[in-house]
Design a protein around this ligand. Structure first.
Ligand SMILES: Cc1ncc(COP(=O)(O)O)c(C=O)c1O
Length: 912
């Protein structure tokens, strides 16, 4: 149970204390009021709790001014019973969200539901049960005393024809508007009237810490345009409307007005504004493909197409497979179709509603173009690599990236130049690739006169374990060395991050948009030239490595691609993925992209998958902010509960940023979200400047200290407690919170961890000395006797005929195809002393294929790679069962030494 109220108000988790913590605050109020009511507590505690809540409660439509006033009046009149009763009703309505449909919830007089008038209180009508609900923030200079009347005026605009229903929330200052937008996820639109003040009317520390960070970055100006820009930055999905008193034409023509959806003149009809708000939400609610599929499913269609499952007749009439129909319901089969039946668009060549849906996704994710992909990000990555790289092109690739990139290089005939992530040997995992390593690789290519061959930097953001790159810095510094580099960011896990202001700048598209703005800023050229003057004519590598390089804005061609497994972090069905494009040169590769789509996409893509991508986008645009907030809140709750629990923390811990990110990459001094000192300002600085930071939703839970290896613990959680998780390492598991998690999930996990810890505790206490010894030995073996992680060695010279002196790239494709002729391969078992002899005396052992142990899941061998002692030692120590590309009975598959002995290029034909 978290003690929210006792934590320092400026701590970062208070900011992420979203809906769950709000519910806690209300429950706490109920408890205090009940205690007061039955003589166990005093009135002062109720008053203090109400005071603490007031500032943030005003940012929500419910309970609203009337109910809060009524609550205060009950307290003022010393009526403990009425206070407790009203607090209980409000709390129930907030927790169940019933206030969105139930007019009685807004009534200050209990049981008076039927009398709910249509003006005050707000009284959403009964028909609103079906209409989606949202809230609109109204920023105004009108005195607070007039706000209830103003809100009533807005409510009178509601019409039965409206597709949605909303409640107004009124604030009177820049600071309150900012805090409200941050703290209330239900806003879909903001209406800014000119003439509001700057300072908040509250002096709550939580608000101060929030606004301080904004003032620092955006300036403290109470102009409507400035506020619009700040709001757009934190919540780009919100529709912003400005109501100006005069000069509307000037405002509408200002470059800052791009943040606005529309500008109104103050005296114009309020109804127009109301309609604009509804239309703005409708534009996000629209799901062109899904809407059309729903219509399609209603049509009486007879099929003579190769789609026996469509319409479900053969299923529902069958004695043998009817249960499938009953399980999935008839709609699935009514919606089964193909582009070639007519009426639906084609994923391979979209011109209709898929095209429209992709354009809406591009808007939502801040890209120029989006490709929907129905075979996972594995396919998105291969498509991007194929479309952007030609045979012989060099790509700087994290060796630890997902196998789809490596296979993509094989298919494209590109030459991977592998760069290494920093190792986290004690947890048998890798971090992310330091920028210095990437810059060094580029500088080495330059020194070899081969920089023109480098086309792409290909990295994983965030990594499996949650390391987030400073995407903007990586791109800017690389572009300073080669201004037309293409960046492929694999954000398989990180698609949701777009909808958090905290994480967005660290996404590929977030950073690309920031860089784009920087390139347009006239001051940027001067900054570049100043640095050039400091660096002088021929700067040394050290000089270039030791500072943050500024690219030349006149030469940069911004070319950024991002792939995300929409199904991993949003509401898309399995395999639903998107490939996002923000590339000024896209027109030069567009044809290649179509080829890549033709190569990889099925000609029978699944309609439900495409629809789910469309719907996932709709959801994120309308409620993504709150959902992501919730995922982060859940993660922080788990972290806090495990760290604070005396029994669980004896055996388990979740690694903080200090453990996951070496100190040299945390320049801000940030330690962790819950270290007790971290506030919003420090966290913002860390997010902005640090080389790496940690995705709070990805939690590495160390279980080796409980004597359990990752696979064992994963099995225990799954088989005994129905808790599923994603990844394991030798001594840890990875927990991941997402938009689907609730506080009940947290409670279940904590209860399970208490049970497991209790069992271990009892076993150790009640067992004999040898039980303790065995436990200690197991912990030592898991936590201390960990194998060193092998670095990528190098490609064999036979695959490096075309490579540079200072860099390790190689012709992976020829390595791969060398194994296609069985006569070119040999097998040696891992335990065979022949391996050790060959390592000592040669000839080189050269891998004929990818070998990917799972966990940890990165290729320890790629085709054409020379196998070293470190790799063999790692393999021999590895105690996992699943090693892709390795059959223990056959042994390591090697390219035959005879083949490699021949002069390079003679026998191992370049496959490109
Ligand atoms: C970093 C990364 N990229 C790509 C993928 C593949 O994504 P998908 O499962 O959507 O094909 C994964 C899968 O785990 C991954 O971890």
């Amino acid at each position: 149970m978290r003690k929210q109220a006792s934590r320092h108000p400026s701590q970062i988790d208070r900011f992420f204390a979203g809906p769950g913590a709000r519910g806690d605050q209300w429950r706490n109020l109920v408890e205090l009021a009940e205690a007061w009511s039955d003589g166990r507590g005093g009135r002062n505690k109720v008053e203090a709790a109400l005071d603490e809540m007031t500032a943030t409660e005003e940012f929500h439509a419910y309970p609203g001014f009337e109910l809060l006033t009524a609550l205060r009046e009950h307290v003022g009149q010393n009526d403990a019973h009425a206070t407790a009763s009203l607090a209980r009703r409000i709390t129930r309505a907030i927790l169940t969200r019933s206030f969105r449909q139930n007019p009685g919830d807004w009534d200050a007089h209990e049981g008076d539901e039927a009398a709910a008038p249509d003006v005050l209180p707000p009284a959403l009508g009964r028909s609103d049960a079906q209409r989606p609900y949202f809230e609109v923030l109204i920023v105004t200079g009108v005195p607070a005393a007039r706000w209830p009347a103003l809100a009533a005026e807005w409510r009178r605009l509601r019409r039965p024809l409206d597709c949605f229903v909303y409640e107004p929330v009124i604030v009177g200052s820049f600071e309150d508007a900012f805090c409200a937008a941050m703290l209330n996820p239900d806003f879909a639109a903001v209406i800014v009237h000119e003439g509001f003040s700057f300072r908040s009317r509250h002096d709550a520390p939580i608000l101060r810490t929030l606004t301080a960070a904004v003032e620092q970055h955006e300036g403290a100006e109470a102009s409507a345009l400035n506020l619009a820009q700040v709001l757009k930055r934190v919540r780009p999905e919100l529709d912003l409307y400005l109501v100006a008193n005069g000069r509307v034409e000037d405002i509408a023509g200002s470059p800052k007005a791009t943040a606005l959806r529309r500008v109104f003149y103050a005296v114009e009809e309020l109804l127009e504004l109301h309609l604009a708000v509804l239309e703005g939400v409708q534009a996000r609610y629209e799901t062109p493909f899904f809407d059309n599929l729903k219509k399609y499913a209603q049509r009486p269609i007879g099929t003579f197409h190769a789609l026996p499952i469509a319409r479900g007749k053969s299923i529902f009439k069958s004695d043998w497979i009817r249960d499938m129909g009953e399980f999935y319901g008839p709609t699935l089969f009514l919606a089964e179709s193909s582009a070639t039946t007519g009426g639906l668009d084609s994923l391979l060549e979209p011109t209709g509603n898929i095209k429209k849906a992709q354009e809406l996704a591009a808007r939502a994710f801040g890209a120029d173009h989006v490709f929907f992909v129905t075979n996972g990000t594995s396919t998105s990555n291969k498509m991007a690599v194929q479309a952007l790289l030609a045979p012989g092109d060099i790509a700087i690739v994290d060796r630890n990236c997902h196998k789809s990139h490596h296979y993509g290089m094989v298919l494209a005939g590109a030459q991977p130049l592998y760069v290494e992530a920093f190792p986290m040997t004690e947890y048998s995992m890798y971090g992310a690739v330091p920028l210095r390593t990437i810059k060094q690789a580029l500088l080495n290519l330059k020194a070899d006169g081969r920089l023109h061959r480098a086309k792409m930097v290909d990295l994983t953001n965030c990594t499996f374990d949650g390391h987030i790159y400073n995407t903007r810095r990586v791109m800017e510094e690389c572009l300073a060395i080669k201004p037309d580099l293409i960046f492929l960011w694999d954000e398989a896990w990180f698609g949701f991050a777009r909808f958090s202001p905290f994480l967005r700048p660290r996404t590929a598209m977030g950073a690309a948009n920031d860089i784009e703005a920087w390139l347009r800023d006239p001051k940027s050229v001067a900054k570049y030239e100043k640095q050039q003057a400091e660096l002088g004519e021929n700067p040394t590598d050290d000089a270039l490595l030791n500072r943050r390089l500024i690219p030349d804005p006149r030469r940069v061609k911004l070319r950024v691609y991002q792939t995300n497994s929409t199904h991993k972090s949003m509401s898309a069905l399995r395999q639903g993925s998107m490939l996002l494009v923000k590339d000024v040169e896209f027109h030069t590769v567009e044809a290649q992209f179509h080829e890549a789509v033709f190569t990889h996409a099925s000609t029978s893509p699944n309609q439900q998958l495409i629809a789910s991508l469309d719907v996932a986008r709709r959801q994120m645009e309308l409620e993504g902010y709150g959902l992501v907030h919730n995922a982060i809140e859940v993660a922080l709750a788990i972290r806090q509960a495990i760290a604070a629990h005396p029994l669980i923390s004896k055996y388990f811990q979740i690694l903080g940023s200090d453990k996951m990110v070496p100190v040299q990459y945390r320049e801000s001094g940030f330690i962790d979200y819950l270290d007790g000192k971290t506030n919003w300002a420090l966290a913002t600085r860390s997010m902005q400047d640090d080389e790496f930071c940690l995705d709070p939703t990805r939690m590495t839970l160390v279980c080796g200290t409980a004597g359990l290896d990752g696979t064992q613990f994963k099995g225990l959680l799954a088989n005994r407690y129905n808790i599923q998780l994603n990844k394991t390492s030798r001594n840890s598991i990875l927990l991941q919170s997402n938009i689907n998690n609730t506080r009940s999930d947290v409670a279940h996990l904590i209860r399970v961890l208490v049970e497991i810890s209790g069992e271990i505790d009892r076993r150790l206490e009640q067992g004999r000395a040898n039980v303790r010894q065995a436990f200690d030995a197991r912990v030592k073996s898991l936590m201390t006797d960990v194998p060193d992680l092998p670095n990528f060695s190098h490609f064999h010279d036979a695959f490096r005929a075309d490579a540079g002196r200072r860099t390790n790239e190689g012709d992976i494709r020829s390595g791969f195809y060398a194994a296609y002729d069985a006569a070119h391969c040999e097998y040696i078992r891992l335990a065979d002393p022949e391996i050790d002899r060959r390592l000592k005396e040669g000839p080189d052992l050269v891998s004929a294929n990818f070998v990917i142990p799972y966990p940890p899941g990165f290729p320890i061998m790629v085709p054409g790679q020379v196998i070293t002692r470190e790799t063999i030692d790692f393999m021999r120590k590895l105690d996992v069962k699943e090693i892709h590309g390795y059959d223990a009975a056959e042994g390591l598959k090697l390219v035959h030494a005879d083949l490699l002995a021949k002069p390079a290029g003679a026998t191992v034909k370049r496959a490109a």
